[in-house]
Design a protein around this ligand. Structure first.
Ligand code: PLP
Length: 401
């Protein structure tokens, strides 16, 4: 396959990456999604939009984020292979999510919308979107289940301080699934005034494409920086995959290069259904949340319960582009379990002075494993976020190691 033309051809105009993707929503929402698609296609070519996004990334987000050579970690693995990290933990708010939230909120502004709407589970997407809304002076409604509101008190406080309206969802299991339904319901009533901002490369077209495009700044920066630093490309690159946004943006910079690409899913407590969230490895084709992809289903064909030590990775599917990149063999998807993840979390903290998010620790763990199988070369890991949010949990559950 020729990746020169990849971004022009994938997704196609109906939002398909091969057979994955699309717009599986009712007629009303289809109309609304088509309106967003058209607006995005025209606005993203406007010089003014591009210049404004570029300025925001530099002056507000603190981009470009650096690449760090993980010298002591590399040395601890024998020193034959060099590990590097792209530091999205140093992006404003401490993770990559702000990259697409700023893009989505800027699009809302250009479309003349006054409000952004989203759901959140662990609260990370809610915090990033509340930040973007505050920056642009947009109203912000974040739907969140009562159970999650109790579990994620610091993020709820952050959203409120930033001026967002946290809407409690009290029916069903009172977690992410109910929050998604409630947010979509609200959106159908308010679409004239509002835009729904999806938190990863999932959902109906155009979101998998739009979120990937906004995140591609990570991969484009990383490629240039790595070449500058070392004079060559990395042999392998690694990112964790929940919905798949940090991975999609990171991979976008390297698809056309002779670089091995790895997406890492959470194996959690093991390979039986309910104990992991490795949808690309163990799932099958199906439709949920408005798109066709590979997903984990229960016996009724509904989204299966999933688990991961990293709350940002426990989603029963992954974006359609990942299903496609797996199918054509361009990206290899592998898994890392909870124990390997916590080991990597502590290794990076102790050897490099970087406390990674537990999500990102999956990629670090795989990078370390991969390095042990290589005689020489380099591995570039996307460090999607910082681990401040995870410290209390890690100490309580695993203790200081
Ligand atoms: C949300 C999150 C993820 C997972 O989301 P993707 O869309 O798969 O990137 C990974 N890392 C961090 C730090 C996150 O906050």
């Amino acid at each position: 396959m020729n990746f020169d033309t990849y971004f022009r051809n994938y997704p196609d105009k109906n939002g398909y990456f091969g057979k994955y993707g699309g717009m599986y929503v009712d007629d009303k929402l289809k109309e609304v999604m088509s309106e967003i698609t058209e607006a995005y296609y025209s606005i993203c070519q406007s010089r003014k939009f591009i210049a404004e996004l570029r300025r925001i990334r530099k002056e507000f987000q603190g981009r470009p984020t650096p690449i760090s050579h993980l010298e002591r970690l590399s040395e601890s693995l024998g020193g034959k292979v060099q590990l590097y990290a792209k530091r999205e933990d140093l992006n404003h708010t401490g993770a990559h999510k702000l990259n697409h939230c700023m893009g989505e909120a800027l699009l809302a502004k250009y479309m003349g919308k006054k409000k952004v709407i989203a759901e959140t589970g662990a609260g990370q997407h809610g915090v990033a979107l509340a930040t973007a809304a505050a920056y642009f002076g947009l109203e912000c409604d974040i739907y969140m289940g009562s159970v999650d509101i109790k579990k994620q008190a610091p993020n709820v406080a952050r959203m409120k301080i930033l001026g967002a309206n946290v809407v409690e969802v009290t029916h069903g299991l009172q977690t992410l699934k109910e929050a998604v339904d409630a947010a979509f319901e609200a959106y159908v009533k308010e679409y004239d005034n509002a835009i729904y901002c999806i938190g990863s490369v999932v959902g109906p077209h155009p979101f998998p494409m739009m979120v990937r495009d906004f995140q591609s700044v990570v991969g484009i920066e990383a490629r240039e920086q790595f070449l500058d630093m070392t004079g060559h490309l990395p042999d392998s690159i690694v990112a964790c995959v929940g919905g798949g946004s940090n991975a999609a943006g990171f991979f976008a910079g390297f698809l056309n290069d002779p670089v091995d690409i790895y997406g890492i899913e959470p194996l959690g407590r093991g390979a039986s259904l309910g104990n992991h969230a490795a949808s690309l490895k163990y799932g099958t084709e199906g439709v949920m949340h408005g798109f066709n992809s590979i997903m984990l289903k229960n016996e009724n064909g509904e989204p299966a319960p999933v688990y991961s030590v990293a709350s940002g990775l426990d989603y029963p599917s992954s974006g359609p582009e990942h299903a496609f990149l797996q199918e054509i063999g361009r990206v290899k998807y592998d898994v890392i379990d909870d124990e390997e993840t916590i080991d990597a979390f502590y290794k990076l903290a102790r050897l490099e002075g970087i406390i990674p998010a537990i999500e990102s620790s999956h990629a670090v763990a795989f990078g370390m494993k991969l390095a042990k199988t290589m005689d020489q070369g380099s591995v570039l890991i996307n460090l999607s976020g910082r681990g401040d949010k995870d410290m209390d949990y890690v100490i309580e559950k695993y203790g200081i190691r």
